[in-house]
Design a protein around this ligand. Structure first.
Ligand code: NI
Length: 173
């Protein structure tokens, strides 16, 4: 167990299309997933994808923090997604702020589908299949993008809403 080094934007591993994981229960995959969860919690972050820790594999971990009012978008504890699929539902898109552990100190408003269906397995082969909305849907789209070499600036449509977290917080108050 241990904290992993996080790759920052500019490292080519973040632009790779990641490989399927042939055996999600393999010891080295279990170790990687445990270390990714520890690294995400330590950061702290709400999601972390394997390429962000220099492993070009189709794995991400995430959690949905509480504090939102939407009953359709409740909190969720640490979740492991191996070989996930994501399907966007409908044409509705929303802009909301995102950050990324590979792009420290910055935030941007990024358009995302408001509703998605996704699947994935954990290290024991348990299948998760969910239809979700709101912040949950946003996190999963952000993390899934990492597995295809896509970082959030590549999804942006309005670069006025891109800035350093501390400046943005100051401007708000
Ligand atoms: Ni990210």
């Amino acid at each position: 167990m241990g904290l992993l080094k996080i790759a920052r934007m500019g490292h080519p591993v973040l632009l790779k299309k990641c490989d399927e994981v042939p055996d999600p229960g393999a010891p080295e995959i279990r170790r990687l997933v445990a270390d990714m969860i520890e690294t995400m919690e330590d950061a702290p972050g709400v999601g972390l994808a394997a390429p962000q820790v220099y492993q070009p594999l189709r794995i991400f971990v995430f959690r949905v923090p509480g504090g939102r009012e939407d009953p359709e978008d409740p909190p969720l504890g640490n979740t492991v997604m191996i070989n996930p699929t994501v399907e966007l539902i409908g044409d509705e898109r929303a802009l909301a702020w995102e950050g990324c552990l590979s792009i420290p100190d910055l935030r941007a408003a990024v358009p995302r589908a408001t509703r998605i269906r996704y699947t994935g397995v954990d290290c024991d082969g348990n299948l998760t299949e969910r239809e979700v909305t709101g912040f949950h849907a946003r996190i999963v789209q952000h993390e899934f993008d990492h597995l295809n070499g896509i970082l959030y600036p590549m999804r942006m449509t309005d670069f006025r809403f891109f800035g350093f977290t501390d400046e943005l917080d100051r401007a708000k108050s």
